[in-house]
Design a binder for this molecule. Structure first.
Ligand SMILES: [Zn+2]
Length: 84
């Protein structure tokens, strides 16, 4: 393996352990719920989801689950407040 590729792999390992280096700008994820697949997104205006609960409340289990998964790399001020 090329030494330059080896150094990139090592750098990637270090970056992956330093989430403060990353910030999600946009993301679209299909979430398989118990009975239906929902489309959840993160964009310039924060979270959105096509489920009924999100339309009524501005949050839902789908976006909260995603926040738990990628909360470390969301911009400040765009977390829904459930992190424990
Ligand atoms: Zn939802």
């Amino acid at each position: 393996m090329q030494s330059s590729l080896i150094s990139k792999i090592e750098k990637a390992r270090i970056y992956a352990e330093e989430p403060e280096r990353f910030q999600v700008q946009s993301l679209k994820v299909l979430v398989r719920g118990d009975s239906t697949v929902h489309a959840a997104e993160f964009g310039p205006n924060g979270w959105s989801c096509d489920c009924y609960f999100f339309q009524d409340t501005g949050t839902c289990s789908h976006t909260m689950a995603l926040e738990r998964m990628i909360g470390d790399i969301l911009p400040d001020g765009y977390r829904t407040g459930v992190s424990d």
